[in-house]
Design a protein around this ligand. Sequence first.
Ligand code: PMV
Length: 309
Amino acid sequence: MTAATAPAKIILFGEHAVVYGRPAIAAPVSQLLARAEVRPGSRKGLRLLAADIGLDLSLQEAGADEPLAMAARLTLAELRLEAPPDLEVQITSAIPIAAGLGSGAAVSVALIRALSRHLGTELPPDLQSALAYKVDEIHHGTPSGIDNTVIATGKLVYYVKDETLETFPVGQPLSILIGDSGIASPTARAVAGVRERWRADPGGYESVFDEIGQLTKEARACLETGKPARLGELMDQNHRLLAQLGVSHASLDRFAEIARRAGAQGAKLSGAGLGGNIIALAAPSTIPHVEQALLEAGARQVFRTEIGR
Ligand code: PMV
């Protein structure tokens, strides 16, 4: 048996604006993993099993728009294998689905890694990322590529679509709490909504993207030099600008406000929005208060992750 995992991710700054060429910063969440296991199959051909979502697919019969099948097909094509080998691939994931945590890209990367490794080739992270990007294009037509990039590299990244991919050192380790609203929100819907409103008001939307781009640049400097108080303010600002883009939700505004009141230095929605999760920056002494406040307010789950530790 060959197994491989891939982490979830959070976007610290710059979601949505990153689709329009502005920078974004994202971090892997190694506490939450997708996992793929490959073993010899009892039937002919390749079988994909994901019990969590009730999926049992034969690769030959799977449709072209089935993301897991596409990840498997792209991997086999990369390895120049024309006929699918007789294998069984089992996928499990602890990452909430449609919650802005990159579950789709993580599952793709775990599958690509496990399958290629089982077949004797370790694909480099940039190639894993490129294949996962192609799969992500099914979910929404215009992905920026940040999800597959941060998940395949497993590092904190500063990212500009088709231009910049940098990792950078963090001046002071930070704790982030992730509060899951429990409201499922497919990325495609939020991205399509922004696109529609941008078409109706390109000037207004471009200027919000510019503001997000500027604060993302400043946030990188604050991360590098270790300025959590300013970072928190920038998260709050970023949340307000995302709300202006129309991708917040009453619950996300409320959870972010509750986290701030419980002592978080800043909070914002993370990922596509309209549901999904919020992230809150919390100093060590306030972590338990923020966590408790979010749970009491109805967050479905709260995860904790560390940046730069
Ligand atoms: O997959 P999500 O929900 O984390 O959203 C990805 C971030 C967006 O900027 C909204 C879309 C993209 O392609 O970058």
